[in-house]
Design a protein around this ligand. Structure first.
Ligand code: AGP
Length: 615
């Protein structure tokens, strides 16, 4: 998830773009850049780091006249965060420049074709491939920039919000959108483009939000023409007058980043498997796994090291890897693993899971593992983070920046990556049939839509949260794949509402915790139809007989648990290994609403940091 800004009009473009990039830094902040047209040529400056780093680099590198320009603040998905990979990107001729938010899935194929036609590339990005494809079309078809963009985009697969201009036709900007947001601000003899309205709200409240597969040619003094990318047909755009304020826009209209990120999970999960899962070809392809397949297949065991929510994702992965790929797995708290003098061999694979990629204990754990000969595979959300760089190989979650301290979309995208790996290894080992493999892929592809469906219970969950917000202690119970979800649900409640909560395997109740149960104890039970359903129903009956208050997460249409529980929250049905991606949604929303009702600081809970870089 990156931030893009552009301007064409009568003011100095640079100051508008720089301020706009600062407003979009919540969308990504590992590198930034700007390209300005000064009346004669393009002036481009870009750097690793934040927008402030860009400002100081610009002041040393380029002059900033000109009323046409584009700018970008990056959240890397392809290519390390560094100067050369940051945006904007030139075409080979130097005539065209582009900024891009999204992922071009078939960029490697296009890159090879362009190389065969003599194009050269300086970066590892998919974006540089796109601008040279546009240039190639423009030259070979002898068409204007707008038409070249339209033809080129019909050759790419993936997601994009782009802005492009040609120094030889510097009275226009061409933009296009598929899967990533793009807003056009309409002022008096000036136009703004941005990932959201925050960069231009102070100048104009009139905006067009392009729909998917739409593009626009924005011409100074001539206005905007919006077209469908597929067939070039004209579109009559809806110009809306914005009512949001700046803070609301940054949070996408949500009250808190945490709620926004809970609702981003369908797209974050889809972005995470995009380009890695192909149902048509019945393949899962992740370069970090492909390049080390032999090592994975010959591994004696997989050791997962992580902390907090990432550790819970590791527990889900343990069920996946053993159940599907029959590979022995141990899941370790990184903080314990690093100090207990563990037995590690060269045939071990250590998987480090970390959203930030900077957690000190996890980083120390993998350094120890590497010293003792293990191969380390990182699953991180921040490209180029310390853990990603320390790992021998890895696979990124494409969740985009997670601003709320409480992890939500990080958890579900970690599970998505780990499921892709488990399925790929299971297929390679032949521990699942091709039909089972395909069924799991089809189900994974349906998950974003099913998460959307689970989110529809938000209002119902808010009512339940209001009933239990004053509880002093809560229990969370789950079995099988949903035992780690019970732990995660308890952690969510603890860290943002400060209510004490514990997660347990449901069968553990009779070994002590059941003594805690009385009419004041809310018990959140994950009781989906998959996996030991009858057992969990009998656990619920044990709780009921002791007057515990039962809030059950059930499969849509469940009438049995509905009779037993005080409240039920329904989620769509899916296969057992994927249930955590759905059952965690109500528990995230429950903790969110309880914390809000208690007046807590949801995005920055007391005593916590987003990344624990100290021991
Ligand atoms: C979870 O909501 C917390 N933010 C915390 O437990 C977090 O998961 C843990 O600190 C690990 O962080 P990481 O994923 O960035 O390594």
């Amino acid at each position: 998830m990156c931030g893009i800004v552009g301007y064409i009009g009568h003011r100095e473009a640079y100051s508008i773009i720089l301020k706009g990039l600062r407003r979009l830094e919540y969308r990504g902040y590992d590198s930034a850049g700007v390209a300005l047209y000064d009346g004669n040529d393009i002036k481009l400056s870009k750097t690793k780091g934040k927008v402030d780093d860009l400002a100081s680099k610009v002041s040393q590198e380029i002059t900033t006249e000109g009323s046409l320009g584009i700018g970008h603040t990056r959240w890397a998905t392809h290519g390390e965060p560094n100067n050369v990979n940051s945006h904007p990107h030139y075409s080979n001729s130097g005539d065209l420049v582009i900024i891009h938010n999204g992922i071009i899935e078939n960029y490697e194929t296009i890159k090879q074709e362009l190389k065969n036609r003599g194009y050269s590339f300086h970066s590892d990005t998919d974006t540089e491939v796109l601008i040279n494809l546009i240039e190639d079309v423009k030259k070979n078809e002898n068409v204007k920039l707008g038409k070249a963009v339209q033809i080129a985009l019909n050759q790419v697969v993936g997601a994009y919000a782009i802005a492009v201009f040609d120094k030889n036709k510097a009275n226009e900007i061409v933009v296009a959108k598929l899967g990533s947001p793009l807003a056009i601000g309409i002022g008096k003899e000036e136009f703004f483009i941005a990932s959201d309205a925050s960069p231009f709200l102070e100048y104009t409240k009139n905006a067009i939000y392009l729909e998917d597969e739409e593009m626009a040619v924005i011409r100074l003094h001539k206005g905007i023409s919006v077209r469908k990318i597929k067939d070039d047909s004209l579109v009559d755009p809806y110009i809306q007058e914005l009512q949001l304020n700046l803070e609301q826009i940054e949070k996408g209209g949500y009250e808190h980043f945490m709620l926004k990120e809970i609702y981003e999970q369908p797209s974050a999960i889809r972005d995470t498997y995009r380009g890695r899962l192909s149902i048509e070809q019945a393949i899962i392809k992740m370069s970090g796994v492909e390049d080390n397949m032999k090592r994975f297949l010959n591994a004696d065991r997989i050791i997962i090291v992580a902390c907090g929510t990432s550790w819970h994702a590791g527990l889900v992965a343990e069920y996946m890897f053993e159940d599907l790929a029959r590979i022995p797995v141990e899941v370790e708290y990184a903080s314990e693993f690093r100090y207990r003098n563990p037995v590690i061999s060269e045939n071990d694979i250590v998987i480090a899971i970390s959203q930030s990629g900077e957690t000190a204990d996890t980083l120390a754990a993998i350094k120890l593992a590497k010293e003792r000969g293990a191969f380390v595979f990182g699953v991180c959300n921040v490209v180029g983070s310390s853990i990603a760089r320390e790992s021998n190989a890895g696979a990124y979650t494409h969740a985009g920046p997670e601003i709320g301290v409480a992890s939500t979309k990080a958890f579900t995208t970690q599970i998505t990556v780990l499921m892709l790996i488990a399925l790929r290894l299971a297929r390679a080992k032949g521990t699942i049939s091709s039909s089972e493999f395909r069924m799991h892929m089809l189900e994974l592809d349906l998950i974003p839509e099913k998460v959307e469906n689970a989110l529809k219970s938000d209002a119902h969950i808010q009512l339940i949260a209001d009933k239990f917000k004053d509880a002093k202690n809560c229990l969370y119970l789950g079995r099988g794949y949903n035992f780690p979800v019970a732990l995660e649900g308890a952690l969510k409640l603890k860290e943002i509402s400060y209510i004490h909560a514990e997660g347990y395997p449901a069968a553990e109740m009779k070994h002590g915790p059941i003594a805690l149960i009385d009419e004041n104890m809310p018990i959140f039970v994950i009781a989906t139809k998959k996996g030991h359903y009858e057992k969990i129903v009998s656990n619920i009956q044990e709780i009921k007989s002791r007057k515990g208050k039962i809030i059950a997460v059930v499969t849509q249409g469940d009438e049995v648990v509905k009779e037993l529980a005080d409240h039920v929250i329904e989620v769509p049905e899916t296969i057992e290994p994927l249930t955590p991606l759905l059952t965690t949604i109500p528990l995230q929303l429950l903790s969110y609403h309880m914390a809000v009702l208690l007046g807590k600081n949801v995005d920055q809970p007391r005593n916590l940091a987003k990344s624990v870089t100290v021991e």
